[in-house]
Write a protein that binds this ligand. Structure first.
Ligand code: CTP
Ligand code: CA
Length: 229
């Protein structure tokens, strides 16, 4: 738990953070989801609150509990997450650390699907979920001044992250290599690249908590700079 700095550099700022996976129902007992413990998003929300920000933490069903000192909004699906994000605006900055399921089952069954005895599995039809980061990044009015996305990649990390920065109209992308051999997924450390329109910073491997603190400090600097401009 971070000690809140009552007079910290983010005092008076509202920051929105998404975190965790989303769960997309197949039927009442089954769902599809991304792998996400919620550890990095939770650490970021805690670090922002520690700098004095008022934080709205919109979280899917994560493994780690939400931090103290933030307003927690719990959701299950991507569509619920988008609605919660829109309801939480306006914000000075928004950090999209959630691992949102790209697809949902087009029409989830309202009763449990049963094996029919033929040995033929069901065929699921998928629909694409809304892109929450791209929706907020592209807002013409009410866009947070600083919009930060994540890109968890297994290949061509910087190229994929830069493409997302442009496509989703965000200001920064925190990119990382999540190939299983890195041990980052589900672990306590992270090695990230901060991708901005004007260049890429490679941060050394450090604890997720330190990544969160460094990112929160950068956010505070960026908002202070723009406020004074
Ligand atoms: N994101 C989001 N809503 C979605 C999908 C992604 O807000 N429906 C956000 C994530 O929270 C993250 C960023 O977009 O900040 C990048 O997510 P990622 O899954 O890497 O991007 P996609 O556009 O879904 O690309 P990919 O096909 O590589 O999964
Ligand atoms: Ca995705």
């Amino acid at each position: 738990v971070e000690a809140a700095l009552v007079d910290g550099p983010l005092k008076g700022r509202h920051v929105l953070v998404t975190s965790g996976p989303t769960h997309e129902p197949i039927d009442p007992v089954r769902y599809i989801a991304n792998r996400s413990s919620g550890a990095q998003g939770t650490a970021i929300a805690a670090a922002l609150a520690g700098l004095g920000a008022s934080v709205t933490f919109v979280t899917g069903p994560a493994e780690v509990p939400p931090p103290d000192g933030v307003t927690v909004v719990r959701v299950d699906t991507a569509r619920e997450m988008l609605a919660a994000v829109e309801a939480a605006l306006p914000a000075d900055a928004a950090v999209f650390a959630a691992a949102v399921a790209d697809w949902r089952v087009a029409s989830a069954a309202s009763s449990k699907m049963k094996k029919d005895g033929t040995g033929n599995p069901p065929v699921l039809e998928f629909a694409e979920n809304p892109d929450i980061l791209a929706t907020v990044g592209g807002m013409e009015t009410g866009r947070p001044r600083l919009v930060v996305g994540f890109a968890a990649e297994t290949d061509d990390v910087i190229a994929n992250a830069s493409a997302k920065l442009t496509r989703k109209r965000c200001d920064w992308i925190v990119a990382n290599d999540v190939r299983p051999e890195t041990g980052i997924m589900g672990g306590s450390e992270n090695a990230v690249h901060l991708v901005r329109a004007d260049g890429v910073e490679d941060w050394p491997r450090m604890s997720k908590r330190d990544v969160a603190r460094k990112l929160a400090a950068r956010i505070a600097e960026a908002l202070a700079g723009e406020a004074g401009a």
